[in-house]
Ligand binder design. Structure first.
Ligand code: APR
Ligand code: PHB
Length: 408
């Protein structure tokens, strides 16, 4: 017997957002508070989305957006403000003083899973429409020759839910569906310009219910490979080590992971490391990726749908945040003031900052990882880059400026 679905399926909205990750949810929440209607179509269940483990270093700009979206209360209560981080190299610890070098700016360490949870709870509070398990989502009529303002000029999105096909007519489609989403692929290949760099290694990450080894993050450059010591809370730690692309999680027992991590940390830090069973263990490849333009007709790409960075600089979520800032501003200008300047300039404005975060992520990845196939000259340059960084307050200020977040 078919039980009637409890999900409501609007047939009309102003903005259809494909993707219920942080980008899509944040935009939907911000628009709602301005009286702009949106529907979020998410392929997975909410539980699946919330099970993802991802970086959690928030720029002040992202934190400000969360507060503007009325989602910042738990972040402000449970997030940890960090005024600096360490780079471990040559057996010693050197601190980058963000507060000193970035005009008092800091970052908030607060897991992306918690950001996403807060956004879902906010959408529920406002009775926002987020449709989960939306399958075969397809955007249509992203560009139309019909007269502007006519019904035929408007895009629409079709999807399947519990065996039924639905159509949602809208003014705009936002592709916030991540790297593997459908939106970017809906732009004709002769329009898109793709830029990609794949790194010859991945990160093996472990989550453990143990106290963090350090109150601030430690990025370790070591001849055996890069390592990172991070955290989620006073009793939840996140660690990573660089591994070859050919490696697999099955090769790494918890004990093997902890021993390798200790080898890559200065002895006094390794001696402090509290180990424990991994509650999550996975390998992620590293890539840099950008697609241009980030607009095609009535489709706007945002977040991972348009760009990917290696996690070294913790810029993934933060760059999604600046996309959402520009798109939100543009849509508010359109709907509240009849001004399309922001939408017309969205792709150029978003990409200008995207490329700067690409540069920073690439620079930090190149600085701190092992590239065994690099020529001796390049290996030497890598060491000289580190020596220069710690001999120049101006170089440290440039790093701090990027790490705390370039202006929107
Ligand atoms: N239809 C509907 N939803 C889709 C589709 C599709 N065809 N394809 C993907 N999705 C959903 C995914 O299930 C996911 O929940 O879109 C969402 C995209 O979310 P993210 O991949 O988290 O991307 P984004 O919201 O831009 O967040 C960027 O997430 O991956 C990290 O490092 C990245 O921190 C950054 C942040
Ligand atoms: C994390 O906590 O997962 C994390 C922190 C900083 C990074 C990358 C990942 O640069």
């Amino acid at each position: 017997m078919n039980t009637a679905s409890t999900t409501t399926h609007p047939t009309q909205t102003q903005v259809c957002i494909i993707g219920g990750g942080p980008s899509g949810l944040l935009l939907s929440q911000l628009l709602h508070l301005k009286g702009i209607d949106s529907v979020v179509l998410e392929r997975q269940s909410r539980a699946y989305v919330l099970a993802r483990i991802r970086a959690g270093v928030l720029e002040q700009g992202f934190a400000k957006l969360m507060r503007e979206a009325q989602c910042g209360e738990r972040m402000d209560r449970e997030g940890h403000v960090h005024e600096g981080f360490f780079i471990a190299h040559d057996g010693k610890m050197s601190r980058i003083d963000l507060h000193k070098h970035a005009d008092g700016k800091t970052v908030v360490v607060y897991g992306q899973t918690e950001v996403t949870r807060d956004l879902y709870e906010a959408r529920d509070r406002l009775k926002g429409v987020v449709i989960h398990n939306a399958e075969n989502v397809q955007p249509h009529r992203l560009k139309s020759e019909a007269p502007a303002g006519s019904a035929e000029a408007r895009p629409y999105v079709t999807y399947e839910h519990e065996g039924q096909t639905h159509r949602l007519d809208c003014d705009y489609v936002v592709g916030a569906d991540g790297y593997h989403g459908v939106s970017r692929k809906s732009i004709p290949s002769d329009v898109l310009r793709e830029y990609e760099k794949v790194y010859p290694f991945g990160w093996l990450g472990v989550l453990s219910r143990t106290p963090p080894v350090s109150p601030e993050l430690i990025y370790a450059k070591h001849e055996r490979g890069f390592a990172l010591c991070s955290m989620r809370s006073p009793m939840l730690s996140r660690y990573y080590i660089q591994v070859p692309l050919t490696d697999s999680v099955e090769n790494w027992s918890d004990e093997a992971f902890w021993e390798e991590l200790k080898r890559r940390l200065p002895p006094e830090v390794a001696a402090q490391l509290v180990t424990g069973p991994s509650i999550e263990k996975s390998i992620a490849p590293l890539r840099s990726f950008v697609v241009e333009p980030m607009r095609y007709g009535n489709l706007f790409l945002a977040g991972d749908a348009a760009h990917i960075v290696p996690p070294t600089g913790a810029r993934g979520l933060n760059t999604a945040g600046s996309d959402i800032h520009y798109l939100y501003e543009g849509l508010v200008q359109h709907y509240l003031h009849g001004d399309d300047t922001g939408l017309d300039q969205y792709s150029a404005n978003a990409l200008a900052r995207v490329w700067k975060t690409q540069r920073f992520s690439w620079m930090l990845t190149t600085l701190l990882h092992n590239f065994p196939d690099n020529a001796a000259y390049d290996q030497k340059l890598q060491q000289v880059e580190l020596d220069y960084l710690f001999s120049s307050e101006k170089a440290q200020a440039a790093l701090a400026e990027n790490y705390t977040g370039l202006p929107y």
